[in-house]
Design a protein around this ligand. Structure first.
Ligand code: CP3
Length: 354
């Protein structure tokens, strides 16, 4: 295996010394980039973009051609798993994801099965291998999946942007049914992430976008428990290299200690928590990824640099910090703002590493 030219991200995720703080952005390939919109128009729609490895490779590379990012992230979506389970994913223009057959009836729930990633999600594995080839070891490739709870939100609600009434009704009235869905989904996510690792993903991230809507005890029982199950089943090494894992629960600031015990190498932070406090609470155990408010990118390069410096200073000296946004970059972000962010992180962070 050829050596990575820039392995700063992997080192930071494992809390090994680096020369500067590495940076990447959630949703770094997306609609804020005019070249993405062009490729998407050629593909026809978002799902066709995901399902065609040539297009997925092309858009994965786009932000790396513009910016000196320290990582690539597979271009895909968390909803590929429920789609492969047969729920019928589609994106209505301007409305976000929807499912033709959301899970409601016990009979459907009982007949749910884990998809075989080598068969039903082969297009994702093909994209991972093709992206690795195209990257030619410049920077590492991050693979990802949704958390079982977050996937279940979409599978049960049938769409995004809801008040979580369906899934929460099931959680309290029929917890056995929700646990059944989460068990099968956790198995699917484990198989899916391991297949991405075998195809060439060099780090993996679990997006628990909706874990933060749960009560304290429900979070442990219905979200964290299943992420622990996945982490316990993940391949930790591939081709002689450690594969670091990141868990990101949006709105999970209250539960950092228990997330840090889950078996992950790094914890993703949204922008609501102070990273100095997070480091005090869990930094001896895990690396931290985050946590600039994506809305800062609507300001000026000077203000972006000031806000970046605040986070770098709050984290303080030493390794174990991967700079990122606290959530995905907005489609309305000017591309120059991303440049200002990445340059600021690279130039301002050197003094914290010696
Ligand atoms: O970060 C990256 O660049 C990799 C690609 C990526 C996408 N989605 C591409 C995408 C990743 C990691 C995701 C994860 C994802 N998908 C999450 C978890 C992270 C988060 O944002 O909380 C969730 C909840 C989804 C489900 C999903 N997919 C939603 C809710 C939407 C609509 C959002 C919107 O802004 O309209 C999508 C569509 C989607 N996934 C887009 C992209 C670039 C926009 C699609 C388009 O081109 O129209």
């Amino acid at each position: 295996m050829k050596k990575l030219k820039n392995d700063t991200l992997l080192k930071a995720l494992l809390k090994q010394p680096t020369e500067y703080t590495p940076v990447w952005m959630m949703r770094q390939a997306g609609r804020y980039l005019p070249e993405y919109n062009k490729t998407r128009a050629r593909a026809g729609d978002f799902l066709s973009l995901c399902k065609n490895p040539d297009f997925a490779t092309e858009v994965t590379m786009q932000p790396l051609e513009r910016y000196s990012l320290d990582a690539a992230i597979l271009f895909s979506d968390i909803l590929t798993i429920p789609d492969a389970m047969g729920l019928g994913l589609y994106f209505a223009e301007g409305e976000g994801p929807k499912f033709e057959r959301p899970l409601r009836e016990e009979k459907e729930i009982r007949s749910l099965t884990a998809p075989d990633p080598a068969v039903h999600l082969k297009y994702v594995m093909d994209a991972v291998s093709q992206i690795r080839k195209t990257l030619d070891n410049q920077v590492p490739l991050i693979g990802f999946s949704g958390s079982p709870f977050t996937l279940a939100c979409y599978m049960i609600e049938g769409r995004g942007g809801t008040d979580f009434r369906q899934i929460k009704t099931m959680l309290y009235k029929r917890p056995d049914l929700l646990h059944h869905i989460l068990n099968i989904t956790a198995q699917s996510v484990t198989d899916y992430l391991n297949a991405q690792i075998e195809s060439g993903a060099q780090a993996v991230m679990i997006f628990d976008t909706w874990g933060g809507v749960l009560s304290h005890s429900a979070y442990q029982e219905f979200s964290l428990q299943y992420m622990k199950q996945i982490l316990a089943g993940l391949k930790r090494e591939h081709d002689g290299e450690r594969i670091p894992s990141v868990v990101f629960t949006k709105g999970g600031g209250l539960w950092l200690e228990s997330i840090a015990e889950s078996g992950c190498d790094a914890l993703g932070l949204d922008w609501t928590i102070n990273i100095a406090e997070a480091r005090n609470r869990v930094g001896h155990k895990v690396a931290l990824q985050g946590n600039l408010d994506p809305a800062v990118l609507f300001s000026t390069p000077e203000i972006i640099a000031t806000e970046v410096e605040k986070i770098l200073k709050d984290y303080g000296s030493g390794s174990g910090h991967v700079f990122n946004l606290g959530h995905g970059i907005s489609q309305f972000t000017p591309p120059e703002s991303a440049l200002a962010l990445i340059d600021a992180v690279h130039s301002l962070s050197k003094k914290y590493h010696s």
